[in-house]
Design a protein. Structure first.
Length: 255
């Protein structure tokens, strides 16, 4: 099974740059997109590639938004956490359930350098942590395709010394990710197959390769899938946004 994820900085802009024509050539079973910046009812036909079932979780004002495209019809699709109206309607979390596991498209809203924005980030992460506690009691396994808008380790941002007080690299954000990997036992799929410390997925300058890169985009997997990861590749040969696509091949069947 191949999953491709990308944070698009606006789905229509990415479509105009050839995103969907390119995706149709990549043989993905599942595609997860984040930061759509458009509501489903306003999307052009280009955003509905043939051969895929398309699902969206968006906001009425067109901000944020996530999507999942899948070749096979999922058993169920759930927008949001299912228990928090503030988050469920915020266009940040969409889950597609297959027979034995679920794929999630997740967008953690970015924080700005002010107390109000950082407090909002903390509230969102608290809600997300509560959700992970809830689903950890179930037998279902997960593949989370994420734009975290934050990084876990020093190796995940170039020139990390310059960003010690920057949102995305704050102590509480890194500690939250520590909890995800240690307490909840999720795994970073890339680290199952590569120890390369020079891999980045997003450039705050807005131009891929210009300035310091951050690895804010990742596939995060349940521990049962550790041995199922075949390849993880950050693809920088085609540019559709300030992020680059993440390819992952898994030894897993959808059904």
């Amino acid at each position: 099974m191949r999953i491709i994820s990308l944070s698009v900085d606006g789905i229509e802009q990415a479509a105009s740059r050839g995103l969907f024509a390119w995706l149709e050539q990549q043989a993905a079973d599942v595609i997860c997109l984040q930061d759509l910046r458009a509501s489903e009812d306003r999307l052009s036909d280009a955003c509905f590639p043939s051969g895929y079932h398309a699902y969206f979780c968006d906001r009425a004002d067109g901000r944020r938004g996530v999507a999942i495209y899948t070749r096979q019809l999922p058993r169920a699709v759930m927008p949001g956490f299912g228990f928090n109206p503030e988050v469920d309607l915020d266009g940040t979390y969409l889950r597609a359930d297959f027979e034995y596991f679920s794929v999630v498209s997740l967008f953690v809203p970015p924080a700005k350098q002010n107390p109000k924005s950082i407090e909002a980030r903390m509230r969102f992460l608290d809600c997300l942590q509560d959700h992970f506690k809830k689903i950890s009691n179930r037998r279902r396994r997960y593949i989370l395709c994420c734009n975290w808008n934050m990084v876990h380790q020093k190796a995940d941002v170039q020139q990390w010394e310059n960003y010690q007080t920057a949102p995305g690299f704050l102590p509480f954000e890194r500690e939250w990710l520590n909890s995800l990997y240690n307490e909840f036992d999720y795994r970073d799929a890339l680290r199952m197959v590569s120890s390369d410390r020079d891999i980045f997925s997003w450039w705050p300058s807005g131009t891929v390769g210009d300035g310091d890169g951050w690895r804010v985009d990742a596939h995060v997997i349940s521990p049962e899938f550790t041995s199922a990861v075949r390849t993880v590749h950050y693809c920088n040969n085609r540019v559709f946004s300030s992020h680059i696509p993440v390819f992952a091949d898994y030894d897993i069947e959808l059904f």
